[in-house]
Design a protein around this ligand. Structure first.
Ligand code: ADQ
Length: 465
């Protein structure tokens, strides 16, 4: 295939040799071969951004970035992307704030990204755009005359027509998704929801994974994202030598560790999870003094009101739970907003008896896969996983729970803490096989293979649409 150009809201420019890479950079690592270009926002605000992107070359990869004005950032990123699309697609209609001027800013930023990329794009490039910030980007690139293969991957869930209808500009966005040749979703459920929207809201003709609208066909399919399982496992094994991991082991004094690792986001079900710990200690008192729950959740998107409210709520719940259950020499809940190097996280997962991954809704959730990859095979921990995480479609041998039900999570924690070793090993063996099969590398290969074929495969018109 010709040169690949990746587009995402933020561009992970490598800062220094050995610096740890961000989430998307890890997922797309296999694609970052010499010749590839990665385009997007620099993360900087400027009063008058230039049309032509700033270029940085690192290990043969070209990173091309543009700045945003602070008004554009507020309207496009804080406003429409994270104040309207994020809550809508996570089924939190009550939190969706739609403002037409923010949508206009979202369109304007997408248009300026497309114009800027146009200055460095070559006609035979293939373009792969990532995530909900960039839905109109494909149409805008097409309007500039780009005819090459154009793909998009949505990292977060999609919503069915009855919910999408709440967004006043939903029809425009669904039509924009149809302007790509290939759109990937984390699960078949999300892909189906999109195809249903195209059919019922726009009158598109749908046949299998193919959607035909206004005389052109595109494919909407499921391509579950994964992790680099082998390198994560190796990090976990090596972390026995990490000083911080040692200190945590010492501080446990033989008690079981349960761990949660999430960006601080209202989609992650954190208050319900904290409540579940309280329910466990009430209902199953034998676990008092025998378990520590460590929740690591770095702050995110603090410009959005709802995220600040969540932080206050978690501070309050931590105080309440620890105030109620702690002893002079034991605190049930450890709560940290620090980020940790990947290798330390891997080590902490490895020494945890339980991984608690209970989002209210999540595209995939990579923490679930990281927890499995990090476990020791001879004495593995147990994964408790929300039925509403994309990962639950694959990781069916986890203890699957309804994340809205703190009692159910508490019961699953009790089951995990008392599960006999043979059952833990059986479940883990089945899970590990899946995590090592649907890796980040497999995800990239599936997408790129599908993108290189999609134009040739586009079905001839069968139904007028
Ligand atoms: P996120 O919502 O960010 O991603 P997730 O898939 O769990 O959710 O990825 C988070 C990543 O950040 C994990 O790799 C985790 O290890 C890391 N992380 C979390 N807390 C950390 C900390 N304190 N220190 C260091 N690292 C930390 C979005 C979607 C998901 C989808 C991913 C990928 O919301 O559903 O799985 O994209 O497509």
């Amino acid at each position: 295939m010709a040169r690949l150009v990746i587009i995402s809201n933020r561009v992970p420019i490598p800062k220094a040799r050995g610096a740890s890479a961000g989430g998307l950079a890890v997922a797309l690592r296999d694609l970052l071969t010499p010749g590839t270009m990665w385009f997007g926002w620099s993360g900087r605000l400027a009063s008058e951004p230039a049309l032509e992107p700033a270029i940085v070359e690192a290990r043969g990869v070209t990173y091309a970035t543009v700045d945003l004005t602070s008004e554009d950032y507020k309207g496009y990123y804080v406003g429409f992307a994270n104040g309207a699309l994020w809550p809508l697609l996570h089924f939190r209609l009550g939190l969706m704030q739609f403002r037409r001027e923010e949508y206009e800013a979202y369109l304007a930023v997408n248009r300026s990204f497309a114009a800027s990329l146009g200055t460095v794009l070559q006609p035979d490039d293939s373009v792969w755009a990532h995530d909900y910030h960039l839905i109109p980007f494909g149409r805008m690139l097409r309007e500039q005359g780009f005819h090459g293969p154009l793909g998009f991957f949505l990292h977060i869930p999609f919503a069915p027509p009855s919910m999408m209808e709440a967004l006043p500009v939903a029809r425009e966005l669904i039509a924009d998704l149809c302007a790509f040749d290939l759109v990937g979703f984390q699960t078949e459920e999300h892909a189906r929801d999109f195809r249903d929207c195209a059919q019922r809201m726009l009158g598109a003709a749908v046949q299998g994974e193919w959607v035909r609208l206004n005389g052109r066909s595109m494919r909407a399919f499921a391509d579950p994202i994964g992790i680099d399982a082998e390198s994560f496992r190796q990090d976990a094994v090596r972390s026995v030598n990490d000083k911080m991991v040692h200190r945590v082991v010492g501080s446990l004094a033989g008690r079981a560790l349960a761990i949660g690792v999430d960006r601080m986001d209202y989609s992650k079900g954190l208050p319900q999870r904290f409540e579940a710990l309280a329910r466990l200690l009430e209902k199953h008192q034998e676990h008092r003094r025998h378990i520590h729950f460590l929740q690591i959740c770095p702050r995110s998107r603090e410009e959005v009101d709802e995220y600040r409210k969540l932080r206050t709520e978690l501070d309050r719940l931590t105080g309440r739970i620890n105030g109620r259950f702690s002893d002079f020499d034991w605190t049930p809940l450890r709560y940290s907003t620090r980020t940790a190097p990947r290798s330390q996280l891997a080590g902490l997962y490895r020494l945890s008896r339980i991984g608690v991954v209970t989002p209210l809704r999540d595209g995939m959730n990579l923490v679930a896969k990281e927890f499995i990859a990090a476990q020791p095979e001879d004495d593995p921990g147990v994964l408790i996983l929300s039925k509403f995480a994309g990962a639950a479609h694959e990781l069916t041998e986890a203890l699957i729970v309804n994340p809205f039900d703190p009692d159910a999570i508490a019961d699953a924690m009790h089951v995990a803490l008392t599960m006999p070793a043979p059952e833990r090993k059986d479940r883990h063996a089945a899970l590990v096989e899946k995590v090592f099969r649907t890796t980040a590398g497999a995800y990239c290969k599936n997408f790129i293979d599908a993108l290189s074929l999609v134009k040739a495969q586009a079905a001839p018109p069968r139904a007028a649409a």
